[in-house]
Design a protein around this ligand. Structure first.
Ligand code: PMT
Length: 222
């Protein structure tokens, strides 16, 4: 991986989970550690790109070479930050595990126990960041991730089409792969092809992923 395959390109990467606040002390989150997205941001920078990293709440140091990092908490904040920085970008890679739902309202004070009664939270759907970028007339080359526990290929191909993406990196989660882990395994899909990136450390996988994204980007937009 000596080549600066993304030299001269602007790349935005999202990483990590989002936290959707319930009250001042509680939130709905997920198990994403940010490792995969941070590794992708580092690999893109090593490949010569000018990288902006939009990070959910994670405890990771900014990778070497990343030009700008924006920290956010909720899906709405991630949506706003990505929308702002993506103007003029060539490639957007969405590795973040964005919360699909948020509580309808954030309670001003800590919710109290209901003395044996069930508590019901009403959830509202969050906007889809990737789909909203795809809907814009001029948008960057779009790469999504798909975290699935079953039917990986059909769910991933469905997301590729439904969200209007150029490529999707599917990972089967569980069994020491996917969320929180050091290793991952990816199958990359695009309209008329696919590629297996077998189990490896996320840093190694990220470099292979960037190589594949760069070739496809050049084929489609070059
Ligand atoms: O962070 P790690 O611990 O290293 O774990 C890595 C990972 C498993 C989180 C990562 O590899 C991964 O798969 N990220 C995407 C997880 C996910 O939420 O997938 P999804 O199938 O729910 O979403 C599909 C795609 O749509 C993703 O690119 C996501 O960023 C995007 N999305 C989802 C919801 C939303 N409201 N807006 C979006 O843009």
């Amino acid at each position: 991986f000596g080549d600066r395959v993304l030299a001269g390109l602007k790349v935005v990467v999202s990483a990590g989970p989002t936290y959707e606040d319930i009250d001042p002390v509680r939130f709905i989150g997920n198990r994403s550690s940010g490792k995969m997205g941070f590794a992708v941001a580092e690999a893109a920078a090593q490949a010569g790109a000018q990288v902006t990293l939009v990070a959910g709440p994670v405890s990771l140091a900014t990778p070497q070479g990343v030009a700008k990092r924006i920290d956010v908490r909720s899906a709405a904040q991630m949506h706003a930050a990505v929308t702002e920085v993506v103007a003029g970008a060539d490639i957007y890679i969405g590795a973040a595990a964005v919360g699909d739902y948020r509580p309808n309202a954030v309670a001003e004070h800590k919710l109290k126990k209901q003395n044996g009664l069930d508590l019901t939270l009403q959830l509202a759907e969050n906007p889809d960041i990737l789909a909203s970028l795809a809907a814009q007339q001029s948008h960057p080359f779009l790469v999504g991730f798909a975290a699935e526990t079953q039917n990986v290929e059909s769910y991933a191909r469905d997301k590729l089409q439904r969200k209007g993406l150029d490529m999707i990196a599917a990972n089967q989660v569980g069994g020491g792969l996917g969320f929180e882990t050091a290793d991952n395994a990816i199958t990359l899909y695009w309209a008329d092809g696919s590629a297996e990136l077998p189990r490896a450390d996320k840093a190694v996988l990220a470099r292979q992923l960037i190589d594949r994204i760069a070739s496809r980007y050049k084929a489609v937009r070059g």
